[in-house]
Design a protein around this ligand. Sequence first.
Ligand SMILES: C[S@@+](CC[C@H](N)C(=O)[O-])C[C@H]1O[C@@H](n2cnc3c(N)ncnc32)[C@H](O)[C@@H]1O
Length: 344
Amino acid sequence: MTTPRGRLLSILQGPSVAQACYALAKLGIPDLLADGPRPVGELAEACGAQPRALHRLLRVLVYLDLLEQPEPGSFALTPVTELLRSGTPSSMHGTAMIYGEDVFRSLAEIMHPLLHGRSGFEKVNGKPIYDYLNDNVEAARTFNKSMSRNHIPEIIDTCDLAGSKVVIDVGGGTGRLLAQVLTDNPHLRGVLQELPTAVEQARELFTDAGLADRVDLVPGSFFDAVPEGGDTYILARVLHNWNDANALTILGRVRAAMEPGGRLLVVEDLVTDDVNLVDLLMLVQLEGHDRTEEEYRALLHAAGFDVLDARRLTDGPRHVPGVIEATSNARDSRKNQPPNSPHI
Ligand SMILES: C[S@@+](CC[C@H](N)C(=O)[O-])C[C@H]1O[C@@H](n2cnc3c(N)ncnc32)[C@H](O)[C@@H]1O
């Protein structure tokens, strides 16, 4: 049985394991091992690493059961490190890059949010995460690719889009959700609003999916304005990135763009028991946080929406993905227009 001392030591050593996986992925070793075991010398030459240092890294990963060593000096993937290959359908390569670079550095500054109320990311990079991504195309591309695509079929299944004509996905990432909505509902047109790099990635996705002529891509900030003309608006995993003041600004922009009676679908994890490592990651990376269903209801109400329905997509004690459906209420939308964005 592990002693408290042994347990604490393995916790304190946790970052070593994560960074060993990151280095493996960064060097592209999982791709080099895609067809089977290879000797370390060959791997070092192919990825430009120091052979002795690489050998030490790979042996540690064998010790951790994350690689196999079928014969001395030759290494092979396990099902876990198989996920670190790039370009496969289940690839987590992009996620490993985010964790190994941005999250790791932000976590090193965990005292900053605790003592000063600003994210560790901001301390490291001098600006909040989305401002940073807006200025760094390569980092933005990696980040956008790593965004979760979970539960898209379940989200769509719960939403009746038969009576809709135009769906506007605000902060819609690289367009995966909207592309599936359009594929499943051939009568719909779509609009995706995003920061410029994500818009370019979405353009590639819609073109590849043969949907380019059914979608308008709108680069721009939802803090400035949201495209008009939709009967259904989606905010999927957007609001949790922001504090209440900024979330209210975004909701106000959506409400101002909507015709009366328009519908808003908020897709977010609904927290039922606020204990989860994700919360710590959000603390160091962002200004936002996950919310309970009641907190989202209160936010929507404050922004001038009536909640029609809240649906949970799975069962679970903690973070449960959900869809909250709301409509703009009869109050004068101009009164609900938030002042200029406080996030700038
Ligand atoms: C957590 S991601 C969610 C993406 C997508 N909706 C999904 O469900 O996968 C949040 C998105 O908000 C976008 N975003 C952040 N700030 C924005 C802004 N000011 N205007 C428009 N989009 C923004 C980011 O680029 C990012 O794609």
